[in-house]
Design a protein around this ligand. Structure first.
Ligand code: BGC
Length: 755
């Protein structure tokens, strides 16, 4: 299949049309929704109200119909069998006193049956429209089995890649993160008319979960007001502004107060500053855990503190179910507070159309899940998400008409589960195409493709989600033998493609790590294969940056494929053989080693900037610049930027202006460039970061084609949260502006914001 970068929307437009809601119309008016919710609320008993705030996990046997009929469960998560959903829903709608349907939720993170690249990969596409399309398909598939609510998008900024959950978000930058947050909300929710094929989105984990001490999952976060407001909160704000129906509170302490009991976050910021009208759910068992934190005295206190801080629904822990009645009856929680939470949940159920469309059409589900066009979207998404990090001597793309043999090597080259990554529950693993299979599919029949695993990798310490018996690790002698076989295979092949990186359980929740080395003996394997003198392509399968210090100087071609999803192998083959041209860009600064962490491009200037001679590195044993900068990524083509101009060099406070640049494809292949705009405010009430991304656009260009790309800079983009002023400010100051292909862009101009 030819995946033309020139027409990214051609075939996909059809998919989107097919995925459009069947009865699209205007979303119901807010006051009509509230009127309907209130009409129910006035009829509810205290226990029925509390039931709506109670969400339970289904691990194994679902609840009995009698429990559902009692109205004590408002939402269930982890039920995915349409027949079971129908049975439970009949019990709720026909059997409960007020006929209120159950809201079925699930973590639909990067696909349901059709698995897309992991979120960090999709962020690397710098293509919000593609991301929206992928999540539209995910919503359509999940809706078809009865799910109405996804616990996504995760929009936590991550500036410490030791944190395992960096894979679930969009990386280090608030501007890119906000664009990805909006795109995902749009994809999941659509216009939220109550028609089919869309889900309620849930923005998580509120807030700043990604900044845990040492990159350790669940650990405390201590953040300045400046970082919190200008960096970490921004993507949540963007998602809320895009209409996200719900928010999930986070697990960790934020500046000493657990996020799930944090009134500042949920009451002051979320509802106060941002006017959020939807509902807040806790993370799993996070209400109960307030006592474990050493914050609440006991479970009743936990329920009190979470509800009054702003958590409407208790996920999994039953603290609300067991404790709220006494708290309300004893007068500690006013009925009006409880009613506000119940109303928000009823409103969400009304908005997503549950009262009209509670049941699953099981026959339709089968059709939707089997839709071949969904796989096409996944293949396209994986190709657009890949980042080409190195391509010495234009080794890539490989000319498959001139090759007679390819060695495919590595523990990740033929592993289905590691091709899709974490948070996959409903896919059919046999549909996943590994790198080995993709290469086999992609070459003419005469080309010999052989595989050697080259050893195994595994977590040093088992995680809480690792299930099943632990097999004995390979012995050193077995590993030596596997490496030897891989080297021999490389010797008798024209080219070696190594798929190395991390297993899916090395990245994600409870999957933080202390180092960034290639796990196991993969580095040794890589060095041994390179030592054969054969051309080597390193394909990375992972969800975080790894230590590529040696590889970046010795391996001629490095392609970051991430966990590319069910069509990942086909997409990798499309890229390796030039049927697609890489155009993704890094959504984080790639460190040289874990000692550089945290590392991000938007740091402040300080007294001795790294541009000053003699001060170019902050370390004496290693450069303090990243190995690859934020926004970096190569293409098989080349691009040139020129004619940077501003519609006006002076702009009064509050007004907007335009920056434009010409970008030209000076290479010989069709390709994409991501045009990136950065600014720097030279002085102000606080020092401002050296650069901040304020615009980007991924453009497709034919060889020799030139396009003018325009960006609008408005008050919002020129404002920031000033800690001394305690508010958002725009200041009349001088600014630098750069446009180029990564965060080190050289093309520069300046402008002045005037009084
Ligand atoms: C995770 C959430 C997830 C929830 C439900 C928690 O452990 O932190 O991201 O949505 O489980 O699966």
């Amino acid at each position: 299949m030819q995946l033309s970068n020139l027409k990214p929307l051609g075939a996909l437009a059809l998919v989107l049309l097919a995925a459009a809601p069947l009865c699209a119309g205007a979303p119901p008016a807010a006051d009509e929704v509230t009127r309907r919710a209130n009409a129910l609320l006035t009829q509810m008993t205290l226990d029925e109200k509390i039931g709506q705030l109670n969400q339970l996990f289904v691990f194994g046997t679902p609840p009995q119909d009698a429990v559902i009929r009692s109205g004590s469960i408002g939402s269930l998560l982890f039920v995915s069998d349409p027949a079971v959903i129908n049975r439970l829903q009949h019990a709720a709608v026909e059997g409960s006193r007020l006929h209120i349907p159950i809201l079925f939720g699930f973590d639909v993170i990067h696909g349901w049956r059709t698995i897309f690249p992991v979120p960090i990969a999709m962020a690397a596409s710098w293509d919000p429209l593609m991301v929206e399309q992928a999540q539209t398909v995910a919503a359509r598939e999940a809706y078809s089995v009865g799910i109405r609510w996804t616990f996504a998008p995760m929009v936590d900024i991550a500036r410490d890649p030791r944190w395992g959950r960096i894979v679930e978000g969009a990386g280090e930058d608030p501007f890119l993160g906000s664009a990805m947050a909006r795109a995902q909300v749009r994809g999941f929710q659509g216009p939220l008319t109550g028609g089919p094929d869309h889900l309620l989105a849930c923005v998580k984990h509120f807030a700043a979960y990604g900044a845990g001490d040492g990159g350790r999952d669940y650990d405390s976060v201590f953040l300045s007001d400046d970082s919190l407001r200008n960096v970490y909160l921004e993507p949540y704000r963007a998602a809320v502004e895009a209409g996200a129906a719900s928010v999930m509170s986070a697990y960790m302490d934020l500046n000493g107060v657990p996020a799930t009991g944090n009134r500042f976050l949920m009451h002051d910021v979320l509802r106060g500053d941002w006017g959020f009208q939807g509902f807040v759910v806790s993370d799993a068992f996070a209400v109960k855990s307030l006592t474990t934190h050493g914050f609440s005295r006991d479970d009743a206190d936990a329920a009190f503190r979470a509800l009054t801080a702003g958590v409407d629904m208790d996920m999994g822990g039953r603290s609300y179910l067991n404790k709220l009645a006494a708290l309300v009856q004893g007068g500690r929680i006013p009925m009006a507070t409880l009613d506000d939470s119940v109303r928000r949940i009823l409103e969400a159920k009304i908005r997503v159309g549950l009262f009209e469309n509670a049941y699953v059409d099981e026959a339709r589900a089968k059709q939707v899940l089997a839709a071949p066009e969904h796989r096409q979207v996944a293949r396209h998404a994986a190709a657009r998400s890949a980042v080409l990090l190195r391509n010495e001597g234009s080794l890539l793309p490989l000319d498959k008409t001139k090759l007679s043999s390819i060695a495919v090597i590595g523990p990740l080259a033929d592993s289905r589960i590691d091709t899709t990554g974490s948070w996959t529950f409903a896919n059919n693993a046999s549909e996943t195409v590994t790198v080995l299979e993709g290469i086999r599919n992609g070459v003419p029949s005469g080309v010999r493709v052989e595989y050697a695993r080259g050893g195994e990798i595994r977590r040093t310490i088992r995680g809480p989600f690792d299930r099943g018996p632990q097999t004995a690790p390979a012995t050193p002698a077995q590993l030596d033998e596997e490496i030897k076989q891989a080297v021999e295979l490389a010797r008798r092949s024209d080219v070696a493609v190594l798929a190395l990186g991390e297993l899916q359980n090395m990245s994600g929740e409870a999957a933080s790590r202390a180092t960034l080395d290639l796990p196991g003996r993969q580095e040794q394997l890589l060095e041994a294969v390179v030592a054969t003198g054969k051309p080597v392509v390193l394909v990375l399968i992972n969800g975080r940056p790894l230590d590529l210090t040696w590889a970046s100087g010795h391996v001629p071609a490095i392609l970051e494929a991430w966990y590319p999803g069910a069509q990942g192998g086909n997409a990798v083959a499309d890229l390796l053989f030039g049927d697609a041209n890489p155009g993704g860009k890094l959504p984080f600064s790639w460190p040289r080693s874990s000692g550089q962490i945290p590392i991000y491009y938007a740091h402040n200037l300080t007294q001795d900037p790294e541009t000053r001679p003699g001060f170019t590195s902050r370390y004496w044993d290693q450069l303090s610049s990243p190995l690859y900068p934020f926004g970096f990524g190569l293409s098989y083509s080349k691009f040139a930027f020129s004619n940077l101009s501003l519609s006006r060099p002076q702009v009064p406070l509050g007004q907007e202006f335009e920056a434009s640049v010409d970008v030209e494809n000076t290479g010989s292949r069709v390709g994409d460039e991501v045009v990136q705009l950065y600014i720097h405010q030279r002085a102000g009430s606080t020092s401002r970061p050296v650069r901040e991304l304020k615009g980007f656009e991924r453009v497709a260009l034919a060889p020799g084609e030139k396009k003018t790309v325009r960006f609008t800079l408005d008050k919002r983009k020129l404002s920031f949260w000033s800690t001394p002023e305690k508010k958002w400010v725009q200041e009349p100051e001088a600014f630098d502006l750069w446009i180029g292909d990564d965060s080190t862009a050289a093309l520069h101009t300046s402008f002045q914001v005037t009084e």
